[in-house]
Design a protein around this ligand. Structure first.
Ligand SMILES: O=C(O)CCC(=O)C(=O)O
Length: 235
């Protein structure tokens, strides 16, 4: 985790643009109801069914954020994690998470790599807090060292969430740590790291920007969703 990797001015500017994109709501958006996670409204026409969960294509719609996501400061940190030149994926995350009070859902234990297709399972997600993230508003929880675990398919459910009915998995979950963040803090995590998050029980929206990076020589599998748009070079 790097404290204050995004400065106050950037956080303020991006936060303002994001709030404007929420009211009136500007697409493209993923709704809580689309995901059907625990606590989400059952369908778009139910109460709260139009609650946005993510503002998609963040790189194309928030220019200051895109500049930060490709900045030399971030690039240097990522180069050290990925051992060489990196690319910013437009195909995964590339969003602002907008966890709303009232209708937000919980995210169960999972690895981000579950639906991604690259030559190697070596990608890093960068999570930038645009406000406080804590227990009350659904901060991330991570199982330390879990990116190195070799877990059988049977440990996961149909949708590739970690099964909570298994004693071995329960023991892993007991070791989880919450990641409390302040505005401008940035969390880097491996695409195999097991993580989860609760619902937002505060009375304010929680805003977090998330981007995914891979080494330049770790290419997406041709024709897969990971290959839909080219990876971007950093400044
Ligand atoms: O609910 C959250 O804030 C976590 C989201 C998450 O882990 C993901 O989209 O991969």
């Amino acid at each position: 985790m790097l404290n204050g990797l995004a400065d106050e001015r950037l956080v303020r500017t991006v936060r303002r643009s994001v709030l404007m994109a929420l009211d009136p709501l500007l697409g493209p958006v993923e709704y809580e109801a689309d995901l059907g996670y625990p606590g989400a409204p059952a369908a778009a026409d139910c109460e709260g069914g139009r609650t946005p969960r993510r503002l998609l294509h963040a790189l194309s719609r928030f220019p200051q954020l895109a500049e930060w996501a490709r900045s030399p400061a971030l690039g240097e940190a990522l180069k050290a994690c990925l051992n060489g030149p990196v690319r910013l994926s437009q195909c995964h995350h590339n969003c602002v998470m907008t966890k709303q009070p009232g209708y937000s859902s919980a995210t169960l234990w999972h690895q981000d790599i579950r639906y991604w297709s690259f030559e190697r399972s070596e990608l890093v997600s960068v999570w930038l807090a645009l406000g406080e993230e804590n227990t009350r508003n659904g901060a991330l929880r991570i199982i330390p060292g879990s990116h190195r675990f070799d877990l059988d398919r049977g440990r996961f459910d149909r949708d590739l969430f970690l099964r909570t009915d298994q004693a071995d998995n329960k023991a892993l979950i007991r070791a989880a740590k919450e990641v409390a963040l302040a505005p401008g803090d940035v969390l880097f995590f491996h695409c195999r790291a097991l993580h989860a998050a609760g619902t937002n029980r505060s009375d304010e929206v929680k805003l977090s920007c998330v981007f995914t990076y891979h080494a330049a020589d770790n290419r997406p599998i041709p024709g897969s969703r990971s290959d839909q748009y080219p990876g971007l070079v950093l400044a």
